[in-house]
Design a protein around this ligand. Structure first.
Ligand code: GDP
Length: 561
C-alpha cells in the first residue's frame, strides 16, 4: 500500500518535472545578430533590450560600441574584452518568453569566435542597411548560418533614410544568398517620404511619425487596401505605389512558409528603423512567434532532446584574463538539455571524472549574477581554472559527446617568434592559454631545424591578437613573420602509406597539437599536384578532420579514419 502511494508520488513528481521542462524550453529563444558593421546591430540590440525591460543594459551596449571605436581593429578587440564579460550573453524577457542574445564580435575581420557562437544559437537575425543591402560581412556570416540550416529573420533597417527599392532588396537577398525571401511588411515610402509599413499578413498599417522619443504609434487597423481611411492616411503617390506592390507580391508567391523558414530555406523580411524604434516591437513579436525554441542535438549516444531529464551542455567559448587585475578564465557553456542547478556534479568525459559546477555566472551588464537554475538554450559562465576547453561536453548522466566543433580552414600562416628566450616559460604558458581559448591554431614544423610555432588563421587580425595578448597578459615580446603558404591539408594515413609519399619541394610538413600531419602549400597548383601524386593518402580540410579543439594528444591518430 505504502509502496503504491510512493510510486504514485514519484510518477506525479516526474510528470511535474516534465511539465516544467517543456514550459521552460518552449519559452526560450536563443539567437545571435549578424550584420555588416554600421548596419544597426547595436541600435537594434539596444531597442530589443528596451522592450525586454532591460533598460539599464541598453546603455551598456552603446557604451561598449563607443569603446570599440578604437585606433585599430585589434585594439578594439582588446578593449572589447574588458567589457565583453558584460555582453557575451544578454538575457531578457518579453511577453512571457525568455530571450538569450549571444553576442558576436563587431570587428571587420571574420573571427572563429563568431563562428563558434553561431553554432550555439537556434536562430539568427540578419540586419541589412536599406541603402546598402547585402555587404561583404553579411555574406560571410550568412554562409555560416546557412551551412547549419539556421532559421534567419531579416530586418531591413534605416528606412527613415533614402533606401533602395524594396523589391530590388528582396531580389538581392534571393540572388546573392540563395534563400527565399518572404516580406512580412512593406515599406510605404522611404527617407523623408517614409510613412510607415503595411503589415502584409495582418493587413494593417503601422504609421511612422518622427517624434522626439521615436516611439511606435499604435497601429491603425485597416482591413482592406481600398479602405478610404488608409487612402486618406498616406500621400497619394505612396498609396498608389503600395497598392501596386501589394498586388505584385500577391502574384509573386512569396508567402511565408514556416517549414521552409525552420529549414533555413526562407527568411521572413521586415522593414523598419531601429534608431527611431520603428517596427522593432512587431519584429520582437515575430522573433517570439516564429523563431524556434531549443531543439534536438546529436551526440555520440544518439539524439538529446532539450526536455530530457539529464543535464547536458558544451563549452563554445573560453575567455581568459578579462579582468587584468585578476587572472581569471571563464568558460561559456550552452545548455542543451535538462536543468542546471548550481553546484551540481557533472561528468566531464574528456577528463574522465566528475566536476562540480560551482560559481556559475550569468553575465549581465556590469554585474556577475550567480545562476541558481538554468535550462536548455541558456548560457552560463563558469570559472575555469584549466578544466574546460572549447568543445568539452558535460552531462549529469552517462558521459556523452556532442558533434565536435569544427576547426576553420586556415588561409594565413606566420611564424611566431619569442624575442626574449629567457622568457620561454611565460611564452609557452601564454601560447597554451591562447590555444585553449582557440584564438588561433598552431602547427609545429616536422623536419625543420627551426621549432618555432607556426600560427594558422583565417584572417591576419588573429596574429595581431596573439602578439598583443602575449605582451599585455604575459609580458612577452613576440613577433610574427608572415609565411608564403596559402593553403593547408590535414593528412590521414598510416606509416606504410606515408612511406611512398611525394612532397613538393616548396611545401612544409607540420603537426598540429593533436599530432596530425598537416602539409602547407605555396599555391593551389602545388596542392593539386601533391594530391594527384599521392592517391594513397587521405587529404582533408581542417573542418573535416574529425577531431575537436579539445584534448591535445588524446585524440591523436594518424591512421585513416
Ligand atoms: P552596428 O555597427 O551594426 O552595431 O551599427 P550601429 O547600431 O552602431 O549603427 C550605425 C550607425 O547607424 C549609428 O550612427 C546609428 O545611430 C545609425 N542608425 C542605426 N539605425 C538607424 C536608423 O534606423 N536610421 C538612421 N537614420 N540611422 C540609424
Amino acid at each position: 500500500m505504502v509502496e503504491a502511494v510512493e510510486a504514485q508520488n514519484t510518477a506525479q513528481r516526474a510528470g511535474q518535472i516534465q511539465e516544467l521542462f517543456h514550459k521552460e524550453v518552449a519559452r526560450r529563444r536563443t539567437f545571435a545578430i549578424i550584420s555588416h558593421p554600421d548596419a544597426g546591430k547595436t541600435t537594434l540590440t539596444e531597442k530589443l533590450l528596451l522592450y525586454g525591460g532591460a533598460i539599464d543594459q541598453a546603455g551598456a551596449v552603446r557604451a561598449r560600441k563607443h569603446q570599440r571605436q578604437a585606433v585599430s581593429d585589434w585594439m578594439a578587440l582588446e578593449q572589447e574584452r574588458g567589457i565583453s564579460i558584460t555582453s557575451t550573453v544578454l538575457q531578457f524577457e518579453y511577453q512571457g518568453h525568455l530571450f538569450n542574445l549571444l553576442d558576436t564580435p563587431g570587428h571587420q575581420d571574420f573571427s572563429e569566435d563568431t563562428y563558434r557562437t553561431l553554432l550555439a544559437v537556434d536562430s539568427a537575425i540578419m540586419v541589412l542597411d536599406g541603402a546598402r543591402g547585402i555587404e561583404p560581412q553579411t555574406r560571410k556570416l550568412f554562409a555560416v548560418c546557412r551551412k547549419q540550416n539556421l532559421p534567419i529573420l531579416t530586418f531591413i533597417n534605416k528606412l527613415d533614410l533614402p533606401a533602395r527599392d524594396p523589391l530590388e532588396l528582396l531580389d538581392e537577398i534571393e540572388q546573392e544568398l540563395s534563400i527565399r525571401a518572404a516580406p512580412m511588411n512593406w515599406p510605404i515610402g522611404d527617407g523623408s517620404d517614409f510613412q510607415g509599413v503595411y503589415d502584409l499578413p495582418g493587413r494593417q498599417v503601422l504609421r511612422f511619425e518622427r517624434t522626439a522619443h521615436g516611439k511606435d504609434r499604435a497601429p491603425v487597423a485597416v482591413t482592406d487596401l481600398d479602405d478610404p481611411v488608409l487612402e486618406a492616411m498616406i500621400r497619394p503617390r505612396a498609396y498608389a505605389r503600395l497598392r501596386d506592390d501589394v498586388e505584385l507580391l500577391a502574384g509573386a508567391g512569396a508567402e511565408f512558409d514556416r517549414a521552409a523558414f525552420l529549414a533555413g530555406e526562407l527568411t521572413p523580411v521586415y522593414f523598419g528603423s531601429a534608431a527611431n524604434n520603428f517596427g522593432v516591437e512587431p519584429f520582437l513579436t515575430a522573433l517570439r512567434e516564429l523563431a524556434p525554441s531549443p531543439g534536438v542535438r546529436q551526440s555520440n549516444q544518439g539524439e538529446v532532446a532539450p526536455t530530457d531529464e539529464q543535464f547536458t551542455g558544451y563549452v563554445f567559448k573560453i575567455q581568459a584574463n578579462m579582468d587584468p587585475k585578476h587572472r581569471d578564465c571563464m568558460a561559456f557553456l550552452r545548455i542543451c538539455s535538462g536543468r542546471f542547478i548550481k553546484d551540481m556534479a557533472v561528468n566531464h568525459p574528456r577528463l574522465g571524472r566528475t566536476v562540480r559546477m560551482s560559481r556559475p555566472h550569468r553575465l549581465f551588464a556590469r554585474e556577475r549574477e550567480t545562476v541558481e537554475e538554468a535550462f536548455a538554450g541558456d548560457v552560463i559562465g563558469l570559472s575555469n581554472p584549466g578544466i574546460f576547453t572549447i568543445g568539452d561536453t558535460v552531462s549529469s548522466g552517462d558521459p556523452l559527446h556532442f558533434a565536435p566543433i569544427p576547426r576553420f580552414q586556415p588561409e594565413q600562416f606566420a611564424r611566431l617568434r619569442n624575442l626574449n628566450m629567457a622568457k620561454y616559460k611565460q611564452f609557452n604558458k601564454g601560447l597554451e592559454q591562447l590555444l585553449q581559448e582557440a584564438v588561433i591554431q598552431v602547427l609545429y614544423p616536422i623536419d625543420s631545424a627551426r621549432r618555432e610555432p607556426i600560427l594558422a588563421a583565417v584572417g591576419t587580425l588573429q596574429f595581431d591578437v596573439v602578439v598583443a595578448r602575449l605582451a599585455a597578459e604575459y609580458n612577452v615580446e613576440a613577433t610574427v613573420e608572415p609565411l608564403p603558404y596559402s593553403g593547408a591539408r590535414w593528412v590521414l594515413a598510416d606509416d606504410e602509406q606515408l612511406k611512398d609519399a611525394v612532397w613538393p619541394a616548396q611545401s612544409l610538413r607540420t603537426r598540429d597539437p593533436q599530432g596530425h600531419l598537416v602539409v602547407l602549400f605555396n599555391s593551389p597548383w602545388e596542392m593539386n599536384y601533391c594530391l594527384e601524386k599521392n592517391p594513397q593518402l587521405d587529404f582533408r580540410e581542417a573542418s573535416d578532420v574529425g577531431v575537436s579543439w579539445a584534448a591535445p594528444g588524446k585524440e591523436f591518430s594518424n591512421r585513416r579514419a
